[in-house]
Design a protein around this ligand. Structure first.
Ligand code: CA
Length: 249
């Protein structure tokens, strides 16, 4: 068998796995009864659900973990949903947001959409309608995701398998491409060497030689992605791993 074909196999499999992976939804809702009911309904539809009871908690979870969709209540204690939404979009979090609210005036809907909401559902709503809107948003999100990954002026075309930063086309090896794709899919979150070893190299046992290979490959990716530009996109977080995105303040 052609060695190159053999090497390509895990890649294809990991793409397939990713496409059937469980979709994660974050519910930001202070009314425990509503949060529980929606969460149970979504879990029954095989979504993985997390609940945040305040906007701060929601904001924190979104900066720590990756979600495919957020259900955001507008009437929250302290910082309301619109403030949270504005802050998220400002930070570049592009996760689709479906606003759930008891407010029902045209002004409020427009304001919600202007702040970066992707859709709007007024309480009380039929669960079937919520599901339909969630599916529509996820479909939209997934289609974008499959074709292109972006961060700032860095664009990865997953179909053509090309990478460019601004007007400059970057020439990456297959492994470098894979690492950069991994970082782009988890942008703004820290990726550890352990994660790279497990998911990119498919090696679960930690070993110093592999850590060295990872460091060398990351260094090559950074040279290509960041060296020609004043704004650096990839950072080393000492003792933890690597981050594609702005350094946390
Ligand atoms: Ca509420």
């Amino acid at each position: 068998m052609d060695v190159r074909c053999q090497r390509r196999m895990p890649r294809i499999e990991s793409h397939l796995l990713r496409s059937v992976a469980v979709l994660r939804i974050l519910i930001v809702e202070d009314e425990a009864k509503v949060a529980k009911a929606v969460s149970e309904g979504l879990a029954a539809e095989r979504y993985e659900v997390r609940i945040a009871a305040t906007g701060e908690e929601g904001f924190f979870l979104l900066s720590q973990e990756s979600f495919d969709l957020v259900l955001l209540d507008l009437m929250l204690p302290r910082r309301d949903g619109l403030e949270i939404l504005t802050a998220l979009r400002k930070r570049g979090v592009e996760t689709p947001v479906l606003v759930l609210t008891a407010k029902d005036t045209i002004e409020e809907r427009v304001q919600g959409l202007d702040c970066g909401a992707d859709d709007y559902l007024v309480k009380p709503f039929a669960f079937a309608e919520l599901l339909a809107r969630i599916r529509a948003l996820l479909r939209r999100g997934r289609m974008d995701q499959v074709l292109k990954l972006e961060h700032e002026d860095l664009v990865m075309d997953l179909v053509a398998r090309t990478v460019a930063r601004g007007a400059l086309a970057l020439d990456l090896t297959a492994k470098e491409f894979e690492i950069l794709e991994y970082l782009l899919r988890r942008q703004r979150t820290v990726v550890s060497r352990e994660m790279l070893a497990r998911d990119v190299w498919q090696v679960t046992a930690r070993a110093t030689p592999l850590d060295n290979v990872i460091d060398v490959t990351i260094a090559r990716v950074r040279r290509k992605v960041d060296d020609p530009f004043p704004t650096k996109l990839i950072h080393t977080i000492r003792g933890v791993g690597f981050l594609l995105g702005p350094l946390p303040r």
